[in-house]
Design a protein around this ligand. Structure first.
Ligand code: 5AD
Ligand code: SF4
Length: 455
């Protein structure tokens, strides 16, 4: 019994300590935060959205672009004021930024009041470090240079009741020249298929209907079954497809260089696998793709898209695109626009190239001026939105199965959910629909979402 919950203060006040978690970045981080909250709930903490009235604030950081760094330091600035008013208030920082030495140096020099610093490989130790600070009365820093063990059976406090994030692997071996992830998340490690299946069965028993399998590059998942036989990603999907009670399987992210014919076949044959794929292209010019170390060409990418659509005509496709990578000429950029016109993505995430310390592209000499990057970015976004809008309009009159996730953001009398193809749909309805898969007639196609009515 050494948790903060049994601290005299909370006992005397007869209340649970409150923790506020701020999460930056991708779904992996989101899931890490769910695990942190799961671990802390087991120790008697309760979550709060109200940072000002919390006892412990945790920032789960992202280092993918400079913007994420800036937002982290902005949030820390706000926490400093709370700490000044209440020295008992604990500030903990974790996640990808903590795997970068220059960030740790900055925290040690300029932010000495931060109480706990923990990296990505030992996140599960965060509650113990919070306990330690109470007993040892000194700052706790625990960063491992690489993962040492795969911890299973960690609890998770899910954001949604009906859908869950499930890690199938950690890390990345690809070393795209712009990307910090292989340095902050380490080399690829695959969880065992049995452990993944056991987790999914447990989730289904808890009411989950949809799982999102997570990995930086799920196509290179290399599981091994208990009998020692290999279990590549398509086989894992087929095993998960058999889990009774589960209705939908999604995954994120696929590297185009590793998308196999077996996986394309799984889209055709696995009933529960949603007909949606996120297939980051990053750029449409072979010259740029080569310097990004992406290991495919625009031609092979376009062939892959063709194969996917041939196998599953209704499949929806989204992507990530970086604008203004070092050396990108107007001609290179035109090739990106051309590829977008050819593929006609359902949606796309667009990013301004951001220099990441200690990545190969940091050293590339021909960095693109900010104004040129922005101008290209605007042209790209305009094209993408035009295509998304056109594609969404084609859904009008269709009947789609929608898993209702929440009350709509902008209308309290409406609910929001996702189609099999991951399209966001808003429709009139109340809380009772949340968690259900309902049939919806699409009445309007907008740029980023669909409107519909229950049938
Ligand atoms: N600058 C801009 N975008 C980046 N991404 C990764 N690293 C960078 C960077 N340095 C984008 C890629 C990736 C997505 C998650 O973030 O498009 O697919
Ligand atoms: Fe980064 Fe490339 Fe790995 Fe994706 S595949 S995480 S972009 S290095």
């Amino acid at each position: 019994m050494n948790s903060i919950f049994v601290d005299k203060f909370y006992e005397e006040n007869n209340r649970k300590p409150k923790v506020n978690i701020t999460t930056f970045g991708c779904q992996m981080n989101e899931h890490d935060s769910e695990i942190i909250m799961g671990l802390l709930s087991e120790r008697g903490y309760e979550a709060t959205e109200d940072r000002k009235n919390s006892d412990v604030a945790i920032i789960n950081t992202c280092s993918i672009r400079e913007n994420a760094d800036k937002r982290f330091f902005g949030t820390l600035g706000q926490l400093k004021k709370l700490k000044e008013n209440n020295p008992e208030f604990l500030v903990c920082v974790c996640g990808c930024m903590m795997q970068q030495q220059h960030i740790i140096d900055e925290l040690k020099n300029k932010y000495r009041w931060v109480d706990v610093i923990v990296g990505t490989h030992n996140l599960h130790n965060l509650p113990k470090l919070i306990d330690n600070i109470k007993s040892e009365k000194k700052k706790q820093i625990e960063i491992l240079p690489e993962a040492v063990e795969m911890i299973e059976d960690l609890p998770s406090k899910r954001l949604y009741a009906e859908k869950a994030l499930v890690n199938i692997m950690y890390g990345c071996n690809n070393f795209c020249t712009y990307c910090i992830v292989p340095y902050t998340r380490g080399r690829e490690r695959s969880r065992s298929p049995e452990a993944i299946l056991a987790e999914i069965k447990k989730l289904v028993a808890d009411g989950v209907r949809e799982v999102m399998l997570l990995g930086q590059n799920v196509n290179s998942y290399k599981g091994e079954l208990e009998d020692g036989s290999p279990c590549p990603f398509p086989k894992l999907i087929r095993l998960i497809d058999q889990v009774p009670g589960l209705e939908r399987i999604r995954f994120m992210t696929s590297h185009p260089k590793d998308m196999s014919d077996e996986l394309i076949l799984a889209f055709k044959e696995c009933h529960k696998l949603c007909k949606y794929v996120h297939l980051p292209v990053q750029a449409g010019s072979n010259e740029v793709l080569k310097r990004m170390n992406r290991k495919y060409t625009r031609e092979s990418y376009l062939t892959l898209v063709e194969k996917l659509r041939e196998a599953v005509p209704e499949i929806t496709i989204s992507t990530d695109i970086i604008v203004g990578f070092p050396g990108e000429t107007e001609e290179d950029f035109q090739e990106t626009l051309d590829l977008v016109r050819k593929v006609r993505y359902d949606s796309a995430f667009t990013f301004l190239y951001s220099i990441r310390k200690d990545t190969p592209a940091e050293k590339f000499t021909d960095q693109i001026p900010e104004d040129v990057k922005h101008e290209r970015f605007n042209r790209l976004v305009e094209l993408i939105n035009e295509i998304s809008g056109e594609k969404n309009k084609q859904y009008v009159g269709n009947v789609e199965e929608v898993l209702i996730e929440s009350i709509s953001k902008n209308n309290k009398k409406a609910v929001a959910g996702r189609t099999d193809g991951f399209k966001l749909v808003n429709l009139e309805g109340d809380e009772s629909l949340i968690g259900k898969i309902v049939k919806v007639e699409i009445t309007e196609g907008k740029t980023f979402s669909l409107e519909g009515k229950l049938i």
